[in-house]
Write a protein that binds this ligand. Structure first.
Ligand SMILES: C[S@@+](CC[C@H](N)C(=O)[O-])C[C@H]1O[C@@H](n2cnc3c(N)ncnc32)[C@H](O)[C@@H]1O
Length: 249
């Protein structure tokens, strides 16, 4: 299914080793996916909330909250963008609420953001469509961010070795919460983790990503999380690190 603006594409690949709980992405009991505001009102938004939460208190995708006063040059200095090296075409294999994909697109790279959870995809699609109607955000994005509903393992495997394979793949899978977390994760992360669960197949996604990417794969992890595989090098942020796997290893 493609929407008229051409920014969304539905390529949910069935099978291909998909984990059904994630692939279907249905709402767990006790959650609502609801529109806040009148249908057709450009300020209305889709939110995920617990049935017991007040309207407007849920999780939404709102790209206007990402403060980038310095625009593209500020985005180019972000660790997630520096970790990409010279790569021009990027697949964000774990789109979530598009925070990383947004920074990378603003930095001038072409991004295909892939999300397999139907609910998270709907939230991201709603946030991206509002951003495209915002003159400042749409200028920053420059039409460089596409959102796809698919399992990235199947999507990438289908393009490995073809002219559609990306230069780089970014992965930011959901990991099980730390046993002794020093700080609570953001509300969005807590609710998303309840929604999609831990991405226990991240090692398989890393394997497929390394086969598909022409130049490199970037794995975003908590700063003290164990490595999924030995990276070539890492870029340290304050609470996260980016493990870089180059193609020739
Ligand atoms: C931690 S969140 C990503 C957050 C994102 N980087 C952001 O800035 O908003 C991980 C997301 O990746 C998605 N995901 C995990 N494995 C995936 C796969 N194989 N294909 C597509 N999406 C996947 C999960 O459904 C979840 O929404």
């Amino acid at each position: 299914m493609s929407e008229s603006a051409g920014h969304f594409e539905d390529e949910r690949a069935g099978g291909a080793g998909g984990d059904s709980a994630h692939a279907v992405g249905e709402l767990p009991a006790g959650f609502l996916l609801a529109r806040v505001g009148e249908d057709g009102d450009p300020a209305s938004f889709l939110e995920l909330r617990r049935a017991t939460d007040r309207e407007g208190r849920g999780v939404r995708c709102d790209l206007s909250t990402i403060r980038l006063r310095g625009g593209a040059s500020e985005a180019r200095g972000m660790p997630v963008v520096r970790a990409l090296g010279e790569a021009r075409t990027i697949v964000d294999a774990t789109a979530g609420l598009l925070g990383d994909a947004f920074l990378i697109a603003v930095a001038g790279r072409e991004v295909t953001a892939i999300e397999r959870s139907r609910v998270v995809y709907e939230l991201a699609k709603d946030g991206l469509s509002r951003a495209m109607r915002d003159p400042v955000l749409s200028e920053l994005l420059g039409g460089r961010l596409q959102l796809v509903h698919a399992d990235a393992r199947a999507w990438l495997a289908a393009r490995a070795g073809t002219s559609s394979a990306p230069d780089a793949v970014l992965m930011d899978p959901m990991f099980p919460p730390k046993k002794r977390a020093s700080a609570l994760p953001r509300k969005e992360m807590v609710m998303l983790r309840e929604m999609v669960g831990a991405d226990l197949d991240a090692a398989e996604l890393l394997r497929v990503a390394r086969e598909s990417a022409r130049q490199r794969v970037i794995l975003k992890r908590g700063d003290d999380a164990p490595e999924l595989a030995k990276p070539d090098w890492s870029i340290e942020g304050t609470t996260v690190r980016f493990d870089v796997f180059t193609k020739n290893t």
